[in-house]
Ligand binder design. Structure first.
Ligand SMILES: C[C@](O)(CO)[C@H](O)COP(=O)(O)OP(=O)(O)OC[C@H]1O[C@@H](n2ccc(N)nc2=O)[C@H](O)[C@@H]1O
Ligand SMILES: Nc1ncnc2c1ncn2[C@@H]1O[C@H](COP(=O)(O)OP(=O)(O)OP(=O)(O)O)[C@@H](O)[C@H]1O
Length: 295
Protein backbone atom coordinates (compact mmCIF):
# COMPACT_ATOMS: atom_id res chain seq x y z
CA UNK A 1 0.00 0.00 0.00
CA UNK A 2 1.26 3.51 -0.85
CA UNK A 3 0.90 6.00 1.98
CA UNK A 4 1.09 9.80 1.76
CA UNK A 5 0.66 10.32 5.49
CA UNK A 6 1.11 7.98 8.41
CA UNK A 7 0.72 8.36 12.21
CA UNK A 8 2.65 6.14 14.58
CA UNK A 9 2.36 5.84 18.34
CA UNK A 10 5.57 6.26 20.34
CA UNK A 11 5.02 4.81 23.83
CA UNK A 12 7.15 5.58 26.89
CA UNK A 13 9.14 2.83 28.63
CA UNK A 14 9.89 2.14 32.26
CA UNK A 15 12.78 0.12 33.65
CA UNK A 16 11.64 -2.65 35.98
CA UNK A 17 15.32 -3.35 36.57
CA UNK A 18 18.48 -1.51 35.58
CA UNK A 19 21.82 -3.07 36.47
CA UNK A 20 25.26 -1.87 35.43
CA UNK A 21 27.87 -4.62 35.19
CA UNK A 22 30.95 -2.75 33.98
CA UNK A 23 32.27 0.37 32.35
CA UNK A 24 33.31 -0.31 28.76
CA UNK A 25 36.38 1.00 26.94
CA UNK A 26 34.04 2.88 24.52
CA UNK A 27 32.70 5.04 27.37
CA UNK A 28 29.34 3.22 27.57
CA UNK A 29 28.33 0.89 30.39
CA UNK A 30 27.49 -2.79 30.10
CA UNK A 31 23.90 -3.02 31.33
CA UNK A 32 21.23 -5.61 32.09
CA UNK A 33 17.74 -4.09 32.13
CA UNK A 34 14.18 -5.32 32.04
CA UNK A 35 12.05 -2.74 30.24
CA UNK A 36 8.38 -2.51 29.39
CA UNK A 37 6.26 -0.01 27.44
CA UNK A 38 3.34 1.84 29.02
CA UNK A 39 0.35 3.56 27.43
CA UNK A 40 1.66 7.10 27.77
CA UNK A 41 2.63 7.92 24.19
CA UNK A 42 3.78 10.62 21.80
CA UNK A 43 2.35 10.50 18.29
CA UNK A 44 4.58 11.00 15.26
CA UNK A 45 2.78 12.14 12.09
CA UNK A 46 4.76 11.68 8.90
CA UNK A 47 3.78 13.39 5.65
CA UNK A 48 5.56 12.60 2.38
CA UNK A 49 7.55 15.47 0.83
CA UNK A 50 8.25 15.14 -2.88
CA UNK A 51 10.99 17.81 -2.69
CA UNK A 52 13.27 15.48 -0.71
CA UNK A 53 13.48 17.75 2.38
CA UNK A 54 13.26 16.56 5.98
CA UNK A 55 11.44 18.99 8.28
CA UNK A 56 10.10 18.71 11.82
CA UNK A 57 7.66 20.45 14.15
CA UNK A 58 6.93 19.50 17.72
CA UNK A 59 4.00 20.47 19.95
CA UNK A 60 6.55 21.21 22.70
CA UNK A 61 8.45 24.30 21.53
CA UNK A 62 11.57 23.61 23.66
CA UNK A 63 12.27 20.28 21.92
CA UNK A 64 14.88 20.74 19.14
CA UNK A 65 13.49 20.66 15.57
CA UNK A 66 16.75 19.88 13.78
CA UNK A 67 19.36 17.10 13.68
CA UNK A 68 19.52 17.19 17.52
CA UNK A 69 16.03 15.67 17.52
CA UNK A 70 16.21 11.86 17.61
CA UNK A 71 13.28 11.57 15.17
CA UNK A 72 14.97 13.93 12.70
CA UNK A 73 18.16 11.89 13.08
CA UNK A 74 16.21 8.70 12.34
CA UNK A 75 14.76 10.19 9.14
CA UNK A 76 18.18 11.47 7.98
CA UNK A 77 19.79 8.09 8.61
CA UNK A 78 17.08 6.20 6.68
CA UNK A 79 17.22 8.63 3.75
CA UNK A 80 21.02 8.40 3.49
CA UNK A 81 21.28 4.63 4.02
CA UNK A 82 18.65 3.74 1.42
CA UNK A 83 19.20 6.71 -0.91
CA UNK A 84 15.56 7.72 -0.71
CA UNK A 85 14.60 10.47 -3.17
CA UNK A 86 11.55 11.62 -1.23
CA UNK A 87 11.54 13.59 2.01
CA UNK A 88 9.21 13.80 4.98
CA UNK A 89 7.61 16.32 7.30
CA UNK A 90 7.54 15.04 10.87
CA UNK A 91 5.13 16.36 13.47
CA UNK A 92 5.59 15.16 17.05
CA UNK A 93 2.63 15.44 19.38
CA UNK A 94 4.56 15.39 22.68
CA UNK A 95 2.85 13.74 25.64
CA UNK A 96 5.86 12.06 27.28
CA UNK A 97 7.77 14.39 29.62
CA UNK A 98 11.20 15.35 28.23
CA UNK A 99 14.50 14.26 29.84
CA UNK A 100 12.46 12.17 32.25
CA UNK A 101 13.92 8.65 32.05
CA UNK A 102 10.97 7.49 29.94
CA UNK A 103 12.83 7.29 26.58
CA UNK A 104 10.57 9.86 24.90
CA UNK A 105 13.11 10.92 22.28
CA UNK A 106 14.18 7.31 21.65
CA UNK A 107 10.58 6.24 21.16
CA UNK A 108 9.97 9.10 18.71
CA UNK A 109 13.01 7.92 16.75
CA UNK A 110 11.76 4.32 16.79
CA UNK A 111 8.29 5.40 15.64
CA UNK A 112 9.90 7.38 12.82
CA UNK A 113 11.88 4.33 11.70
CA UNK A 114 8.73 2.18 11.71
CA UNK A 115 6.67 4.82 9.93
CA UNK A 116 9.23 5.68 7.24
CA UNK A 117 9.69 1.99 6.50
CA UNK A 118 6.06 2.13 5.28
CA UNK A 119 5.92 5.67 3.92
CA UNK A 120 9.06 5.17 1.82
CA UNK A 121 8.25 1.52 1.00
CA UNK A 122 11.58 0.21 2.27
CA UNK A 123 10.43 -3.30 3.23
CA UNK A 124 12.78 -3.60 6.22
CA UNK A 125 12.21 -6.08 9.05
CA UNK A 126 11.86 -4.99 12.69
CA UNK A 127 15.30 -6.48 13.38
CA UNK A 128 16.80 -4.36 10.61
CA UNK A 129 15.07 -1.26 11.97
CA UNK A 130 16.34 -2.03 15.48
CA UNK A 131 19.91 -2.29 14.14
CA UNK A 132 19.58 1.14 12.53
CA UNK A 133 18.04 2.41 15.78
CA UNK A 134 21.19 1.44 17.70
CA UNK A 135 23.08 4.09 15.69
CA UNK A 136 20.77 6.74 17.19
CA UNK A 137 20.74 5.70 20.86
CA UNK A 138 20.96 2.71 23.18
CA UNK A 139 17.22 2.75 24.03
CA UNK A 140 16.04 2.99 20.40
CA UNK A 141 16.21 -0.76 19.50
CA UNK A 142 13.96 -1.62 22.46
CA UNK A 143 11.54 1.11 21.40
CA UNK A 144 11.43 -0.28 17.84
CA UNK A 145 9.83 -3.45 19.22
CA UNK A 146 8.06 -2.17 22.34
CA UNK A 147 6.45 -4.70 24.69
CA UNK A 148 8.62 -6.21 27.40
CA UNK A 149 12.26 -7.23 27.00
CA UNK A 150 15.60 -7.90 28.60
CA UNK A 151 18.13 -5.45 27.18
CA UNK A 152 21.88 -6.17 27.44
CA UNK A 153 25.12 -4.88 25.93
CA UNK A 154 24.83 -1.09 26.10
CA UNK A 155 21.04 -1.66 25.98
CA UNK A 156 20.76 -2.46 22.27
CA UNK A 157 20.63 -6.26 22.49
CA UNK A 158 17.02 -7.26 22.95
CA UNK A 159 15.50 -10.54 24.16
CA UNK A 160 11.69 -10.47 24.12
CA UNK A 161 9.70 -11.41 27.22
CA UNK A 162 6.04 -12.17 27.89
CA UNK A 163 3.64 -9.70 29.48
CA UNK A 164 4.14 -8.94 33.19
CA UNK A 165 1.22 -9.38 35.63
CA UNK A 166 -1.44 -6.78 34.76
CA UNK A 167 -1.29 -3.73 37.04
CA UNK A 168 -1.58 0.05 37.22
CA UNK A 169 1.48 2.24 36.83
CA UNK A 170 1.49 5.72 38.36
CA UNK A 171 4.25 7.94 36.97
CA UNK A 172 5.37 11.11 38.73
CA UNK A 173 8.01 13.46 37.36
CA UNK A 174 9.45 16.23 39.50
CA UNK A 175 10.04 19.54 37.63
CA UNK A 176 13.70 18.84 36.82
CA UNK A 177 15.39 17.40 33.76
CA UNK A 178 18.11 14.80 34.24
CA UNK A 179 21.01 14.30 31.86
CA UNK A 180 21.66 10.59 31.20
CA UNK A 181 25.43 11.12 30.52
CA UNK A 182 25.74 13.00 33.86
CA UNK A 183 24.09 10.17 35.80
CA UNK A 184 26.23 7.45 34.20
CA UNK A 185 29.25 9.73 34.66
CA UNK A 186 28.64 9.96 38.42
CA UNK A 187 28.22 6.20 38.84
CA UNK A 188 31.11 4.33 40.51
CA UNK A 189 30.63 0.77 39.24
CA UNK A 190 32.95 -0.85 41.81
CA UNK A 191 30.94 0.73 44.63
CA UNK A 192 27.49 -0.47 43.55
CA UNK A 193 25.95 -2.36 46.48
CA UNK A 194 22.33 -2.60 45.31
CA UNK A 195 22.45 -4.76 42.17
CA UNK A 196 18.91 -5.90 41.29
CA UNK A 197 18.13 -9.62 41.04
CA UNK A 198 17.46 -9.70 37.29
CA UNK A 199 16.90 -13.49 37.23
CA UNK A 200 14.21 -13.13 39.86
CA UNK A 201 12.53 -10.37 37.81
CA UNK A 202 12.59 -12.65 34.74
CA UNK A 203 10.94 -15.35 36.82
CA UNK A 204 8.33 -12.87 38.12
CA UNK A 205 7.45 -11.93 34.54
CA UNK A 206 7.41 -15.51 33.26
CA UNK A 207 5.00 -16.53 36.05
CA UNK A 208 3.07 -13.21 36.05
CA UNK A 209 3.74 -13.00 39.79
CA UNK A 210 2.88 -9.41 40.75
CA UNK A 211 4.32 -9.43 44.27
CA UNK A 212 7.57 -11.06 43.11
CA UNK A 213 7.79 -8.38 40.39
CA UNK A 214 7.43 -5.66 43.05
CA UNK A 215 10.08 -7.30 45.25
CA UNK A 216 12.47 -7.58 42.30
CA UNK A 217 12.37 -3.91 41.21
CA UNK A 218 15.83 -2.31 41.28
CA UNK A 219 17.84 0.41 39.53
CA UNK A 220 21.50 1.10 40.30
CA UNK A 221 21.25 4.62 38.83
CA UNK A 222 18.70 5.56 41.49
CA UNK A 223 21.22 6.44 44.20
CA UNK A 224 23.16 8.68 41.82
CA UNK A 225 20.06 10.66 40.81
CA UNK A 226 18.78 10.72 44.41
CA UNK A 227 22.01 12.33 45.57
CA UNK A 228 21.72 15.00 42.83
CA UNK A 229 17.96 15.59 43.29
CA UNK A 230 16.50 14.92 46.77
CA UNK A 231 12.91 15.57 45.51
CA UNK A 232 13.04 12.15 43.86
CA UNK A 233 13.34 10.53 47.31
CA UNK A 234 10.35 12.55 48.57
CA UNK A 235 8.19 11.27 45.72
CA UNK A 236 9.26 7.68 46.39
CA UNK A 237 8.48 8.05 50.09
CA UNK A 238 5.07 9.58 49.33
CA UNK A 239 4.18 6.71 47.00
CA UNK A 240 5.16 4.12 49.60
CA UNK A 241 3.25 5.97 52.36
CA UNK A 242 0.15 6.09 50.11
CA UNK A 243 0.12 2.31 49.69
CA UNK A 244 2.11 1.56 46.50
CA UNK A 245 3.04 -2.12 46.16
CA UNK A 246 6.32 -1.35 44.40
CA UNK A 247 8.19 1.90 43.72
CA UNK A 248 11.23 2.65 41.53
CA UNK A 249 12.90 5.40 39.54
CA UNK A 250 12.84 4.77 35.77
CA UNK A 251 16.07 4.90 33.73
CA UNK A 252 18.31 7.77 34.77
CA UNK A 253 15.27 9.53 36.24
CA UNK A 254 13.88 11.71 37.57
CA UNK A 255 10.50 10.01 36.91
CA UNK A 256 9.44 7.60 39.65
CA UNK A 257 6.75 4.98 39.13
CA UNK A 258 4.49 3.09 41.52
CA UNK A 259 2.96 -0.30 40.73
CA UNK A 260 -0.43 -1.22 42.19
CA UNK A 261 -3.00 -3.89 41.45
CA UNK A 262 -6.03 -2.52 43.30
CA UNK A 263 -7.79 0.39 41.60
CA UNK A 264 -8.80 2.00 44.93
CA UNK A 265 -5.13 2.52 45.74
CA UNK A 266 -4.57 4.29 42.40
CA UNK A 267 -6.81 7.20 43.42
CA UNK A 268 -5.16 7.52 46.83
CA UNK A 269 -1.65 7.63 45.38
CA UNK A 270 -2.66 9.94 42.51
CA UNK A 271 -4.29 12.45 44.88
CA UNK A 272 -1.33 12.41 47.28
CA UNK A 273 1.12 13.06 44.42
CA UNK A 274 -0.93 15.79 42.72
CA UNK A 275 -0.50 17.97 45.80
CA UNK A 276 3.23 17.68 45.29
CA UNK A 277 4.05 17.49 41.55
CA UNK A 278 2.23 18.59 38.38
CA UNK A 279 3.28 15.73 36.08
CA UNK A 280 1.42 12.66 37.32
CA UNK A 281 0.09 10.00 34.92
CA UNK A 282 -1.93 6.86 35.57
CA UNK A 283 -1.20 4.29 32.88
CA UNK A 284 -1.22 0.55 32.13
CA UNK A 285 1.63 -1.59 30.90
CA UNK A 286 1.31 -2.51 27.22
CA UNK A 287 2.41 -6.08 27.99
CA UNK A 288 4.12 -8.01 25.23
CA UNK A 289 2.44 -6.23 22.34
CA UNK A 290 4.41 -4.46 19.62
CA UNK A 291 4.06 -0.72 18.95
CA UNK A 292 0.88 -0.04 17.06
CA UNK A 293 0.61 1.79 13.72
CA UNK A 294 -2.51 3.94 13.77
CA UNK A 295 -3.12 4.73 10.08
C1 LIG B 1 19.23 5.16 31.20
C2 LIG B 1 18.61 4.41 30.05
O1 LIG B 1 17.60 5.21 29.44
C3 LIG B 1 17.93 3.16 30.59
O2 LIG B 1 17.03 2.59 29.69
C4 LIG B 1 19.64 4.02 28.99
O3 LIG B 1 20.68 3.25 29.55
C5 LIG B 1 20.22 5.23 28.28
O4 LIG B 1 19.86 5.15 26.96
P1 LIG B 1 19.98 6.38 25.93
O5 LIG B 1 19.44 7.63 26.54
O6 LIG B 1 19.40 5.89 24.64
O7 LIG B 1 21.54 6.52 25.85
P2 LIG B 1 22.50 6.95 24.64
O8 LIG B 1 21.89 8.10 23.90
O9 LIG B 1 22.91 5.75 23.85
O10 LIG B 1 23.75 7.46 25.46
C6 LIG B 1 23.79 8.68 26.15
C7 LIG B 1 24.96 8.65 27.10
O11 LIG B 1 24.62 7.83 28.25
C8 LIG B 1 25.73 7.06 28.66
N1 LIG B 1 25.42 5.63 28.55
C9 LIG B 1 24.32 5.21 27.86
C10 LIG B 1 24.02 3.87 27.78
C11 LIG B 1 24.90 2.95 28.38
N2 LIG B 1 24.67 1.63 28.33
N3 LIG B 1 25.99 3.39 29.05
C12 LIG B 1 26.27 4.72 29.14
O12 LIG B 1 27.26 5.11 29.76
C13 LIG B 1 26.89 7.50 27.79
O13 LIG B 1 27.54 8.56 28.46
C14 LIG B 1 26.22 8.04 26.55
O14 LIG B 1 27.00 8.99 25.89
N1 LIG C 1 12.01 13.72 19.99
C1 LIG C 1 12.52 14.19 21.12
N2 LIG C 1 11.74 14.31 22.22
C2 LIG C 1 12.26 14.76 23.37
N3 LIG C 1 13.54 15.12 23.54
C3 LIG C 1 14.36 15.02 22.50
C4 LIG C 1 13.89 14.53 21.25
N4 LIG C 1 14.94 14.49 20.42
C5 LIG C 1 16.00 14.95 21.10
N5 LIG C 1 15.69 15.27 22.35
C6 LIG C 1 16.64 15.77 23.37
O1 LIG C 1 17.06 14.61 24.11
C7 LIG C 1 17.21 14.90 25.49
C8 LIG C 1 16.63 13.74 26.33
O2 LIG C 1 15.25 13.71 26.12
P1 LIG C 1 14.37 12.38 26.31
O3 LIG C 1 12.99 12.84 26.62
O4 LIG C 1 14.55 11.46 25.17
O5 LIG C 1 15.07 11.80 27.62
P2 LIG C 1 14.90 10.51 28.45
O6 LIG C 1 13.44 10.16 28.56
O7 LIG C 1 15.63 10.67 29.72
O8 LIG C 1 15.61 9.42 27.54
P3 LIG C 1 16.25 8.02 27.99
O9 LIG C 1 15.30 7.40 28.98
O10 LIG C 1 16.31 7.28 26.67
O11 LIG C 1 17.60 8.35 28.55
C9 LIG C 1 16.51 16.23 25.74
O12 LIG C 1 17.43 17.10 26.31
C10 LIG C 1 16.03 16.72 24.38
O13 LIG C 1 16.45 18.02 24.10
Amino acid sequence: MNYVRISVKAPAKINLTLDVLAKRPDGYHEVEMVMTTVDLADRVDMTLREDGEITLDCSASFVPDDIRNHAYKAATLMKEKFQVRQGVHLYIDKQIPVAAGLAGGSSDAAATLRGLNQLWNLGLTRDELAKIGAEIGSDVPFCVYGGTALATGRGEQIAHLGAPAPCWVILAKPPIGVSTPDVYGNLRVAQIDNHPDTKQMLQAIATQDFSLMCQSLGNVLENVTLSLHPQVRQIKDLMVASGADGVLMSGSGPTVFALVQKEAKVHRIYNALRGFVKDVFVVRMLGAKEGEILA
